[in-house]
Design a protein around this ligand. Structure first.
Ligand code: PLP
Ligand code: SF4
Length: 426
């Protein structure tokens, strides 16, 4: 995943002194949140330390906190997983029926956050395969976003006029079952800039294309690359005069926070302006380890944005989403995008109706800090790019007035002199 944030330093809200909004309905006390879906499940998180002592008795805290140890000891098969979790029939069957597309990989750290007894545990659902993955629903495909079609060079997607997506590695330290790029991550297929010569070709394209002012490095997860290789890439891109900004899209602070070492941030901060988009799914990910990783990145002056995929039964309720977004702000991560789950083959069990995403935005906007409200987007199948969706706020016109609905569902009118926009009131 990828994508970043640039309004972290936005100004105060514009002056609201026009005083022309009039209440059409009698003032009511602020309505409580309505339309709540599931209450948040209590997350049975166990502190990583007791998990380590129980399952890795010979392993020291220093080893556990070494990101390379975490990567080396990823759990990648059924036998490994069964040591930690009591598997459901659906999870077990996934391994016998597994088509071999997206491998499983979970860091011991991330595993320590999952409930061993409950297959519906939100983090567990995002990482442990189930047999539902074998079910391909109508409209699903392996490359729903048509990224192959927009490849300008190996691993380089040039879709928008002024920015490119640089797929720098196919590796992630943990694989999300709903991954949009499952066709190419985890050692699958093609489409990544895997070798240095691939990267050279992608860099040469950017050098020769002056319209590219923003390079978004993603994958796979670019922060799984070794420091030297990552720095080599940042350095090469930074030398291109027309590249104004760099971004990195990563899930590392959630699944492998140990990777955010002092040395890494010391290197990263040489390539400003460098933004980061951090992939988060659920408030159970907001641990002390992740807080420390985000603090290091923020202290290095890296503006942090978040991206979240809306997932059925995982984070598609307003209380869960609000907790996640508010928790991210506490870690100085500004919510950026909330994605409708892409129609990737075998992801139907994760997909919500589009209306659920709009409910999330409606449940946040006005009810909490504006910074906590992400933009809900659908990545248009076939390569149309991201399309933002907003809950309806203009409900009609009455004479010269525009009728607006506020966050509490009350109607206000705004004297839009000479304006024509908006539907006629019925
Ligand atoms: C998401 C994306 C970008 C970045 O989009 P922003 O809205 O600027 O964050 C660029 N290229 C591709 C192909 C993308 O999918
Ligand atoms: S971290 Fe991103 S690229 Fe890696 S599996 Fe998850 S969604 Fe896919």
């Amino acid at each position: 995943m990828s994508r970043s944030e640039n309004s972290v330093a936005a100004a105060e809200p514009p002056h609201q002194g026009c005083a022309s909004a009039q209440t059409l309905t009698p003032a009511a006390p602020p309505a409580p949140l309505t339309g709540l879906a599931l209450e948040p499940r209590p997350c049975a998180t166990r502190p990583a330390a007791s998990f380590r002592r129980r399952f890795y008795p010979g392993v020291t805290a220093a080893q556990w906190n070494d990101w390379r140890w975490q990567v080396r000891n990823r759990v990648t098969n059924l036998t490994g997983l069964a040591r930690f979790l009591r598997l459901s029939p659906s999870e077990e069957r996934a391994f016998s029926a597994h088509s071999g597309k997206l491998p499983m990989g979970i860091t011991p750290y991330y595993l320590s956050l999952m409930d061993p007894e409950n297959p519906e545990d939100p983090l567990r659902r995002t990482m442990v395969p189930t047999w539902y993955e074998a079910v391909v629903s109508p409209g699903e495909s392996n490359d729903p976003l048509g990224e192959e079609h927009d490849m300008a060079a190996p691993g380089l997607v040039h879709r928008y006029p002024d920015r490119v997506l640089f797929l720098a590695t196919g590796f992630c330290s943990a694989y999300c079952r709903y991954c949009t790029r499952s066709r190419m991550v985890g050692g699958n297929g093609h489409g990544m800039a895997r070798s240095k010569s691939d990267m050279e070709r992608a860099i040469a394209y950017i050098e020769a294309t002056p319209s590219v002012r923003d390079v978004l490095i993603s994958g796979g997860d670019p922060l799984t690359m070794a420091d030297d290789r990552l720095e080599w890439l940042l350095d090469r891109l930074r030398r291109i005069p027309h590249v104004e900004m760099l971004r990195i899209g990563t899930k590392t602070p959630a699944v492998l926070p140990q990777r955010i070492t002092k040395d890494l941030v010391r290197r990263l901060k040489k390539y400003h302006p460098l933004f980061m988009s951090l992939h988060f799914t659920h408030p159970a990910e907001l641990t002390p380890e992740t807080a420390k990783a985000c603090a290091r990145l923020a202290d290095a002056g890296i503006p942090l944005g978040s991206q979240t995929v809306l997932l059925a039964g995982v984070n598609d309720s307003v209380p869960v989403m609000r907790k996640l977004m508010q928790g991210l702000l506490q870690m100085r991560v500004r919510p950026y995008y909330l994605y409708q789950c892409d129609p990737i083959a075998g992801s139907g069990h994760f997909r919500t109706p589009v209306s659920r995403g709009l409910e999330m935005i409606q449940g946040l906007r006005g009810h909490t800090t504006g910074y906590a409200v992400p933009t809900f987007v659908i990545d248009a199948p076939g390569g149309g790019g991201k399309v933002a969706l907003y809950p309806e706020a203009v409900i009609g016109r009455q004479g010269g007035d525009l009728l607006l609905k506020n966050y509490a569902g009350e109607t206000y009118s705004y004297p839009d002199q000479g304006g024509e926009w908006g539907p006629a009131a019925c």
